[in-house]
Design a protein. Sequence first.
Length: 280
Amino acid sequence: MSPLDFCTRIRLIAGTTFLEAVRQKFFNSLLLISIALVGSSTFFQQFDFGAGELKFITDFGFGALFFFGSILSITATTQLFFNEIENRTALTMLAKPVYKLEFLAGKFLGAQLLMFCFTLVITLVLSGILYWRESALLDRLGDELSLDGPLIRYGDVFLFGFLQWLKFGILAAITLFVASFSNTNLYTIVVSFFVLVICQLQYIARDAYSGMEAGWERLLVFGLGLIFPNFQLFNIGDQLVFDVEKALPASTVLQITCYGLIYAVVFILLAQVNFRRREI
């Protein structure tokens, strides 16, 4: 097996997976709902409880991106995997010179292409709304504000979108790992959402670990902290967008990127180990 053939087969599977995904009504419906919700953030701003308008819109948009993106990443990855199993197309595909690792990697990359399109669209809509409201704010209060630059770093809005896309990649890899030993869509989706909650609340375990004395409990918490990725590392929207005087260091972005890639690769390899033992 040459590396070129390996990459070619993965690319073909990823392309087919992506085209199948964008044709699904679920994706289009969720995308439209997300756009509508982010677009309506200016209406919900009246319930901001004292927060600034731009900050509220940003938090609202970032929250919608994470919420609907997580639903799409888990559900789409599950459907794309089990559609191949239930329709027996996976059996036909794997009967050809296609390895199970290539099959899983292609499914993962196809799902990530889908999530890239979703994240890009939502980020563009959010940036457009922020620019519109920032322009209106500067027109109304420009003389009262002493600014050396924009209120928001729009490049960092897209950087935050990139970090969320990395998070969705980890989530898709975890979903594939669960699907590799699961027999039903429902079980895969439920377990994946449960893992998502654990990853979101991982910082609690880390705080508890720092206050523990040496012992088996500390070792257990440390082990859980290694097994489940810490999704709070990707939630740095305020620091990115509103801390205009201090940009996020490139080294930090690189560390977070490597952190996400390592977890995604590990879970895909674990999924491949399970999938090799599975009868299709």
